[in-house]
Structure formats: structure tokens, C-alpha cells
Design a protein around this ligand. Structure first.
Ligand SMILES: Nc1nc2c(c(=O)[nH]1)N[C@@H](CNc1ccc(C(=O)N[C@@H](CCC(=O)N[C@@H](CCC(=O)N[C@@H](CCC(=O)O)C(=O)O)C(=O)O)C(=O)O)cc1)CN2
Ligand code: MET
Ligand SMILES: [Zn+2]
Length: 770
């Protein structure tokens, strides 16, 4: 029996990589400093796993930015606009990587960044490869070989983790018409083969190819591509065994294909889908000599593993195929969980004893092997584990009868507004008296270093709550005045008091705990600290009313109340695994519903409930979509429908494709939806136009991910494009998303241009309408 880790977090226990990258980008340290930090993180991770007793230790799970982007450099999939950089003598590979990820505005260049999107159903974002018909590839970056060499020097026998050719292609996008990216396999495979030969020369004995697309519904052509790929790769060398890994779901209808591949080991995500073990053992799999990597430990969540449960699965597999063909593993890479629970010194002891972060999960993998092989002394590990599991199962901290009863008592009427949109619209117009093309923003304004520092000081106790509040109030007032001066119609308070749009609410809700150092990579150097939902969720007291009322008191214009929606709060937290996600979401929905009612009572006329993660929560397999969408939409409606007709409900979504779920978005029945559309030049809007989306809509007119200030003219053109497909009286004018990652000067200028573009659009429409 072997122990296997699919990938380990690369940010460093105290976000060393984030800090090193940002300091390098700011010109405050050298590339060598950055590389030393990276090397130290890798070494630390390898030795930690070696000392714990892991047999298959991953390498190439490190990345300065993203593993998909790394693969672009490995196979030389570099978009043409970056070629001038490649051709420069001695342009460092790491700088090229950062240029592709973040754009390059220096030395007379102005090159836009590559697109970024969600990694399956996680809150991790990857860089989207760009593909062209007949594209040629060649082995460019030595990163994989170098990292293997570095591991060997550190005394490790590493297992390189490499994004498989099929998933690499499917992760990307065609940048011209007339071909499908899967057609590029023929050109791509020689590079993978060459790489395997180089790894063979280094004495690498196992390669993990990640093919997470095997968890999705594939077309026949894509499935054929899988068969072709692994037939080809299996011929390269008999000395390397291939471990094929997919995760986040079952192999589903791809299972037969997968079992027939000439690979030596198949990894199973048994956390998301334990039934596939039965499916496999029901075939004549036992007669083969293939191994199974049993992903029994949750790589996506932070709960201590239930050893008894895992042992049942392991023993079932052992009974069928013996111990020698089994690996014990987490369900997926540990990238999605924080590094080390032992840094958490402030968690309640009882709750801390239920948790396990990356380092602890490594130990759990080893403990399970010891238990499954009856190693001496292992029994004590089981006893300890049983106690922790029992403590969580029976803890009075978790269950609240009144919360459960309230969820059970939700009626259909709770999930519907009093009147249909057309009638609500009239009442809202009478009250708000907004012009055509009303302008607004999505909520946050620049989170500058001084605001973050203020919060850090408050946490440390070096300033008082009073001093903190005074400073945040001052920022809020400045922000409100500025919006008035810019002549924006519906204002926001700026979200200066919030560390994060989910963590902020988690900190105020019962049933939640939050960590001090539970950072997880979201994209590049940006991290999030997902709060932990351990019990029934309940709102103790109003969460945003004071700040919103304060902001409203500063102005006569409508101030938008700003809340995060129940699905997004769920999706971006670590969630309970002892009840359906639907149940937890409904509890959160009721908490948000109460907040909405309190904001309304406080005189707030416009309330935005952000749901940027509603698309990301969509199950990976289509057969599960309908059930999810049904409860996700209901949760939003439960949170938003307590209000009077005259109160205007907004929602906001970003990082999403909408075409395939547009009817559910319409069913949410928000009075106004703002969406990210500018990067795709309003392409996304087609879904809303084709569907004849009934309510009002604010298609983002500028890309907030870039410091670039858009011109009046280009925003006017985008508005024109929108007006061509959406009735003008339904259109709003706003940026793509919140402005928290932006700096002040560019924000002001961009908003000024935006308001001017709206005025021009108004004048133009006025002529047509009149
Ligand atoms: N949860 C979540 N998921 C999301 C998004 C989101 O907004 N939230 N947006 C999308 C992803 N976009 C993102 C955009 C920005 C950041 C981001 O800026 N993260 C910050 C951390 C934000 C935070 O929690 N800040 C805290 C603590 C910040 C901190 O690092 N403090 C310092 C001390 C302060 C200092 O001196 O700077 C420390 O602890 O060392 C605060 O403001 O209070 C970062 O990586 O730097 C993350 C994701 C999708 N997923
Ligand atoms: C990721 S969606 C962000 C919405 C939030 N209200 C903000 O403006 O930051
Ligand atoms: Zn957004």
C-alpha cells in the first residue's frame, strides 16, 4: 500500500510567495530574491511530506502564478502579442510568465493580459490558454525538469504533476474560427513525449497526469482524444508509470474509457463520489494489474477525516484487489485548503479538534495506511479520531432547533415578491425618479494599504475600535462626496469596513468560526481566508445597517445597501459536510432576508445582493444542474423577497458564462442585475437579449481588472451595442465589478468618463424616444 499526495499549497505557511511576488512586482526585490523564496517553499513542502512518510511526493505543483499558465510556457503556447518579449535577449522566463498573467505596460509596450477564469467549481482562477488553428508547439520551459532535479537534490524521489494534454487544451479557448482546440492534440503530443523522455533520463518513475475534464460530460471526439493521448504517451517508455488523476466528480460515462486506458494507476475522488469504487470493482478490474489511488480525504474542505468511514472504502478495495495495488490519497490537490492548522491559536479548542488543514491531511493519509495495514501502534490513532468525530456529531454547538424549524417553515410565498416586475417598476420609478441610463457602481472602492493596515492594527489592539470607526467613516464620507461630484445616480458606501465580501459576513454570523491564517490562493498573489461554517447559521444582530444608514445620512441620493447573497456566502466558505449544502444555504438566506428587511426599515430604497458565485456552484455534471439551480434561485428569492414593491433589489454577477443558465437568472427576479461584460465586448449580453430578459440590466462598461482608464467614446460604443439589443429603458451604466483592487486616480478618471458616456447615451436616446 502506498501514500500519495496530488499537490500541496504553494503560497507558503505565511503567504511568503504572495509577499515575495508583490515585492518583486513593486521593484522592491530582485528576481533572485523571489526565486530563493520559491525554492525554500518547495523544499519545505517536500521535506514535510517526506518526514510524514508520504511515498508519492508531488513536484511541479509549485507555480509563481498558475499551473495552466506554466503549461503554456512549457509547450510554448505563447500568444503572439508577447513575442516581442520572448525575442528580447535575456528576458527572464518568470517575467514573461508575469507579463502573460498581468499584462505588460513598460518600455513602450502595452500588452493586454491573458483572460482568467474559474478552475472547475472552485474559487481558484486559472489563466486561459489561447489557441489557433494548426498551432505548433515545442518544449520551451524547463520548469518541470528543473523542479524534479531540485527535488532529487533535496533527497526526494519526486512525482511530477503535469496537466494532461486533453485538459490543457480544453481549459483554453479558440481565438479564431474554423477549428476545435482538441484537434491540436496531434501537434501537442510530441512535446509531452519529449518531456517524458527527459524525465525518464532523470530516473523519474511515476508521472501524475491531471485530467480533471474526465469529470465533465465529454463529447465523443473529446473522449477519443483521451484514448489517443494515453495510447501515445504509454508508448514513450516502459520505465515510467502513469498515474491518471481526475477529481471534483465521478468519471461518470467516461469510466469505461478510463478503465480501458493503458495507464498504471487511476485516481478516484471518493469524497465527491464514493459509489464509483463499487462501479469499478463490479467490472473485471481485479484481473488487471492496475492500481487505484483512493481519494478518501477531502482536499476541498477542512474537516478531519472520518477514519472509520475511509477504512470501510479502503478495506472494500483491499478485499477485491489486495494491498499492493492501492494508494491512499486526498481527493484532489491540497491547493484548496490552508497550510497548517497548528498556526491557529485562537480557535475554540472543541472546534479546532474537528479540523484538518493541508499538513494535517498529509498526516491523515499516512495514518490511514498504518490503520489499513495494521501497523504497530495505529489503533490509538483510530481511537483519537473516533473521539473527535463523535464530539462533532454530538456537539450542542452545532444544532439549533429554532433555526432548523425556521428553514422548514419557509413557504412559497416567502420566495415571491408581492407584485410582478412591471408593477414594481412603476412604484420604484415614482420613488427613485432616476434618469434614463442611470449610473451606479458595484460596491467596493479602492482598498488601499492604509485601510488594510488600520484593520490589522485594530486586530492587534494597537488602535481602538473608536479610532478605527472614525477613520472608516472619513473614508466613507470622502467616497460619498466624490460620487456626488461625479454625478453618479445611485451611490454606494464603498465597503471600507469589509476585509472581504464573504469573510465580513461570516464574522458576524452564528455558526461560523474564522481563522487567523487560513489563506487559500484565489488567483496569482491574491488570497482569500474562507470562513468556516460549522453549525446552524443565524444572524445575531444587524450586520450592515449602521454603515449603510451612516452613508445614506450623508446624501439625498439613493444609497445602495450592499449584501452578499446566500449562494456566494456558502460557495466561498468552508461548508459543513454533515448536512446538504441546500439546507445551509437556506439558513444563510434567512439571515440575509432579515438584514434586507432591516435595511428597508432603516429607509434604504435600493438593496444589492451580490451573487457572483452562483454559476460556480453549478454542479460539474449536467444531470445535476436542475436540482441545484432550483434551490439556488429559491435561496436568492428567500433572501430578497421580504421587501415592499417599491424597494429596488439589485443583484450582481461576474466571472460567469450565462448562456446556459439564463432562465434561472431571470427566475431570480431581481429588479436590476449588473454583470461583467466589457472584456468580451458585450458578447455576454446576447444571452440576455436572445432570452428577452424581462428586468433591468447593467452590462459592465469597463474592465476593473486593469488599471487602464477607458475612454468616454469606447464606453459610449459599448452602451450603443447594449442599446441595440436591450430596451434602453431597461439599461443601467456601471463598471464590471467592484473597484477594491484599483487605485484612486484611475478610478476617479474612469468613473468620470463613465458618467459622461451615460450622459451622451441619454441625449442620444432622448432624441430617438421623443
Ligand atoms: N472570498 C472572495 N472570493 C472571491 C472574490 C472576493 O472578493 N472574495 N473575488 C474574486 C477573486 N478576486 C479577489 C480579489 C481580491 C482579493 C484580495 O485582494 N485579497 C487580499 C486579502 C483580502 C483580505 O482579506 N484582507 C484583509 C487582511 C489583509 C492582510 O493581508 N493584512 C495584512 C496586514 C495589513 C497590511 O499591512 O497590509 C496581514 O495580515 O499581513 C483586510 O483587509 O483586513 C489579498 O490577497 O491581499 C482576493 C480575491 C472571486 N472570488
Ligand atoms: C466579486 S463581486 C464583488 C461585489 C462587491 N460588492 C464589490 O463591489 O466588491
Ligand atoms: Zn463582481
Amino acid at each position: 500500500m502506498f501514500t500519495n499526495i496530488l499537490g500541496y499549497p504553494r503560497i507558503g505557511g505565511h503567504r511568503e510567495l504572495k509577499k515575495a511576488c508583490e515585492s518583486y512586482w513593486a521593484g522592491e526585490s530582485t528576481l533572485r530574491d523571489l526565486q530563493l523564496t520559491a525554492k525554500e517553499i518547495r523544499r519545505h513542502n517536500w521535506l514535510l511530506q517526506q518526514q510524514a512518510g508520504i511515498d508519492l511526493i508531488p513536484c511541479n505543483d509549485f507555480s509563481f502564478y498558475d499551473q495552466v499558465l506554466d503549461m503554456c510556457l512549457t509547450v510554448s503556447a505563447i500568444p503572439e502579442r508577447f513575442h516581442p518579449l520572448v525575442e528580447q535577449q535575456q528576458f527572464p522566463e518568470t517575467d514573461l510568465l508575469f507579463a502573460m498573467a498581468r499584462g505588460y505596460q513598460k518600455d513602450g509596450y502595452d500588452i493586454t493580459a491573458m483572460e482568467m477564469t474559474k478552475w472547475f467549481d472552485t474559487n481558484y482562477h486559472y489563466i486561459v490558454p489561447e489557441f489557433y488553428a494548426n498551432q505548433q508547439f515545442n518544449l520551451l520551459s524547463d520548469k518541470i525538469v528543473n523542479e524534479c532535479r531540485e527535488a532529487i537534490q533535496a533527497g526526494i524521489q519526486p512525482k511530477p504533476v503535469i496537466l494532461g494534454p486533453v485538459s490543457f487544451l480544453l481549459c483554453g479557448k479558440e481565438k479564431e474560427e474554423g477549428f476545435h482546440r482538441i484537434d491540436l492534440l496531434k501537434n501537442l503530443l510530441p512535446v509531452y513525449k519529449k518531456l517524458m523522455q527527459q524525465l525518464d533520463e532523470l530516473n523519474i518513475r511515476t508521472i501524475q497526469f491531471d485530467e480533471p475534464y474526465l469529470s465533465l460530460n465529454l463529447t465523443d471526439a473529446e473522449r477519443k482524444g483521451v484514448v489517443y493521448t494515453y495510447n501515445e504517451l504509454s508508448k514513450v517508455t516502459p520505465r515510467i508509470s502513469i498515474l491518471l488523476a481526475s477529481y471534483f466528480e465521478c468519471y461518470g460515462e467516461n469510466l469505461t474509457t478510463v478503465l480501458g486506458l493503458p495507464v498504471q494507476t487511476i485516481h478516484l475522488d471518493l469524497v465527491r463520489c464514493s459509489s464509483q469504487l463499487d462501479d469499478i470493482l463490479a467490472t473485471d478490474f481485479a484481473k488487471s494489474d492496475k492500481k487505484l489511488s483512493l481519494g478518501v480525504i477531502d482536499g476541498r474542505n477542512i474537516w478531519k477525516n472520518d477514519f472509520e468511514n475511509s477504512l470501510k472504502l479502503i478495506q472494500k478495495a483491499v478485499a477485491a484487489i489486495g494491498t499492493d495495488r492501492i494508494m491512499i490519497a486526498p481527493s484532489c490537490s491540497l491547493l484548496h485548503v490552508p497550510c497548517d492548522l497548528s498556526f491557529e491559536t485562537a480557535l475554540p479548542a472543541e472546534i479546532k479538534n474537528w479540523l484538518s488543514f493541508a499538513k494535517q491531511k498529509v498526516e491523515e493519509v499516512v495514518a490511514l495506511k498504518q490503520l489499513a495495514t495494521n501497523a504497530a501502534g495505529a489503533a490509538a490513532l483510530l481511537d483519537e479520531n473516533k473521539q473527535a468525530i463523535a464530539s462533532r456529531r454530538t456537539s450542542p454547538l452545532i444544532h439549533k432547533t429554532h433555526v432548523k424549524e425556521r428553514v422548514a417553515a419557509i413557504t412559497d410565498a416567502d420566495a415571491h415578491r408581492n407584485s410582478v416586475f412591471a408593477s414594481r417598476r412603476q412604484q420604484q420609478q415614482a420613488l427613485l425618479k432616476l434618469p434614463l441610463f442611470p449610473t451606479t457602481t458595484i460596491g467596493s472602492f479602492p482598498q488601499t494599504a492604509d485601510i488594510r493596515q488600520l484593520r490589522a492594527q485594530l486586530k492587534k489592539g494597537s488602535i481602538t475600535l473608536e479610532a478605527y470607526n472614525t477613520a472608516i467613516k472619513a473614508s466613507t464620507e470622502t467616497c460619498v462626496r466624490m460620487q456626488e461630484e461625479l454625478n453618479i445616480d445611485v451611490l454606494v458606501h464603498g465597503e471600507f469596513e469589509r476585509n472581504d465580501m464573504v469573510e465580513y459576513f461570516g464574522e458576524q454570523l452564528e455558526g461560523y468560526v474564522f481563522t487567523k491564517n487560513g489563506w487559500v490562493q484565489s488567483y496569482g498573489s491574491r488570497c482569500v481566508k474562507p470562513p468556516v461554517i460549522f453549525g446552524d447559521v443565524e444572524r445575531k444582530a444587524p450586520m450592515t445597517v449602521e454603515w449603510t444608514s451612516y452613508a445614506q445620512s450623508l446624501t439625498n441620493r439613493p444609497m445602495k445597501g450592499m449584501l452578499t447573497g446566500p449562494v456566494t456566502i456558502l460557495q466561498w466558505s468552508f461548508v459543513r459536510d454533515d448536512q446538504p449544502r441546500e439546507t445551509t444555504t437556506m439558513q444563510i438566506a434567512l439571515a440575509i432576508r432579515d438584514e434586507v428587511s432591516d435595511l428597508e426599515k432603516a429607509g434604504i430604497k435600493v438593496i444589492q445582493i451580490d451573487e457572483p458565485a452562483i454559476r460556480e456552484g453549478l454542479p460539474l455534471r449536467k444531470e445535476n444542474w436542475a436540482a441545484y439551480l432550483q434551490w439556488a434561485v429559491k435561496a436568492f428569492k428567500v433572501s430578497s423577497c421580504s421587501v415592499e414593491d417599491s424597494t429596488q433589489i439589485h443583484t450582481h454577477m461576474c466571472y460567469s458564462e450565462f448562456n446556459d443558465i439564463i432562465d434561472s437568472i431571470a427566475a431570480m427576479d431581481a429588479d436590476v442585475i449588473t454583470i461583467e461584460t466589457s472584456r468580451s465586448q458585450m458578447e455576454l449580453l446576447d444571452a440576455f437579449a436572445d432570452f428577452k430578459y424581462p428586468n433591468e440590466i447593467g452590462p459592465g462598461v469597463y474592465d476593473i481588472h486593469s488599471p487602464r482608464v477607458p475612454t468616454v467614446q469606447e464606453m459610449e460604443q459599448l452602451l450603443q451595442k447594449a442599446a441595440d439589443v436591450i430596451p434602453v429603458e431597461h439599461l443601467w451604466v456601471n463598471p464590471d465589478c467592484g473597484l477594491k483592487t484599483r487605485k484612486w486616480p484611475e478610478t476617479k478618471q474612469a468613473l468620470q468618463n463613465m458618467v459622461e458616456a451615460a450622459a451622451k447615451a441619454r441625449a442620444k436616446a432622448g432624441v430617438v424616444v421623443a
